[in-house]
Design a protein around this ligand. Structure first.
Ligand code: UDP
Ligand code: MG
Length: 344
């Protein structure tokens, strides 16, 4: 399999791994550290935090390196050589993480770190997937509305039951993460992929806060892309819908031709109704164009998959050396790695 999971460290595995993707978050990192570490220390169990820098172009990397030096016992930092997207970053975090319970979290404090304890408590009850529903969503009105609409659509065309898909504060069991580590999907949606592998999923309600600093890293364009990934990555229903529609339309147009033929025979030629015909034609052209675009979405996915390039490239992992003394705060080392996982 991968060479990254071989980087196991001999000092026993932590119970909890917290995986956080970071993209240009310099403004909010200090506030995140200030709440995250105490919240985890309070749980009184072993943990590690895996930060994955997704090619930030600001000072995030040096802030992360600084934090690694401050808490090398529980901090690990995976550095990508470029921007591969939030979900790829989380997957890279999963490959590097060693815990039994994986918790994912956004870096912007929209997901309160204090909720991690509740997720973990639920996992200990025997669930292997704990999703979360935001009690009161703190996002712009249109984001909230669009996300709800997408939620409903996804619910109907995939059999993935996630009440609140746009929320990354979730916990996954080791069994699920091991399976996800075997997947070579290029553009994916982590909560949906995990749900596919879950044996015993559940959800809890969590708080949601406004972004602490900086701004959303998702433009309208990347949100649309993400939703296409979610739909075309997990369902063939859109394609099947097109074949059904094609069938229906040919039936209706067949009937129309028959009616016109009969009319022609009995009433003679007609030149009226041309514009109605235009309107119908343009509508169908729109439908056809959308259909071609949709085909393109799936073809694009196939193309990326057959190209079989590494999904992401890990430049460096900052983590404690294997020979470091157990809870040692001092000697910390930098482990150099160049290539992430390839498709098998
Ligand atoms: N993120 C990332 N790569 C990207 C975009 C975002 O790693 O290309 C991270 C970002 O740093 C944050 C999380 O993904 O930790 C969620 O991003 P954001 O808060 O901007 O999304 P929103 O809350 O607006 O959905
Ligand atoms: Mg956010």
């Amino acid at each position: 399999m991968t060479d990254m999971t071989d980087v196991t460290i001999t000092q026993g595995k932590p119970e909890i791994s917290v995986v956080i993707p970071i993209y240009n978050e310099q403004a909010g990192l200090a506030a995140l550290f200030a709440r995250l570490y105490p919240a985890l220390d309070k749980l009184g169990t072993s943990y590690e935090i895996v930060f994955v820098n997704d090619g930030s172009r600001d000072n995030s990397v040096s802030i992360l390196a600084e934090q690694f030096r401050a808490r090398p016992d529980v901090t690990r930092v995976v550095l990508f050589n470029g921007n591969y997207g939030q979900h790829m970053a989380i997957l890279a975090g999963f490959e590097a993480a060693r815990g039994e319970i994986m918790v994912t979290l956004d870096a912007d404090l929209q997901n309160p770190p204090e909720e991690i304890g509740n997720l973990v408590a639920k996992m200990r009850e025997g669930y292997d997937y704990v999703g979360s529903i935001r009690r009161k969503r703190q996002d712009t009105a249109w984001r909230t509305y669009a996300s709800k609409a997408m939620n409903r659509l996804r619910e109907r065309i995939t059999n993935i039951k996630i009440t609140d898909q746009g929320n990354m504060l979730r916990a996954y069991g080791r069994n699920i993460v091991d399976l996800m580590n075997q997947c070579a999907e290029v553009n994916t949606f982590v909560p949906a992929l995990a749900y596919r592998f879950a044996r015993n999923p559940t959800e809890i309600v969590v708080e949601h806060e406004e972004r602490a600093a900086g701004e959303s890293k998702y433009s309208l364009y990347s949100l649309i892309r993400l939703n296409f990934d979610l739909v075309t990555g997990f369902s063939l229903v859109p394609l099947q819908f097109y074949s059904m529609m094609g069938m229906l339309l040919s039936l209706v147009s067949g009937i129309l031709v028959l009616v016109l033929l009969v009319r022609r025979l009995f009433l003679g030629a007609e030149a009226e109704g041309v514009f109605t015909l235009f309107a119908i034609t343009f509508f169908f052209m729109g439908v056809i164009l959308f259909g071609i675009g949709l085909l393109g979405e799936y073809t694009g996915r196939i193309f990326q998959q057959v190209r079989a390039r590494p999904r992401y490239v890990v430049q460096t992992i900052l983590q404690q050396r294997e020979d470091a003394p157990a809870p040692a705060p001092a000697p910390a080392g930098v482990e150099k790695r160049t290539v992430g996982r390839r498709h098998e």
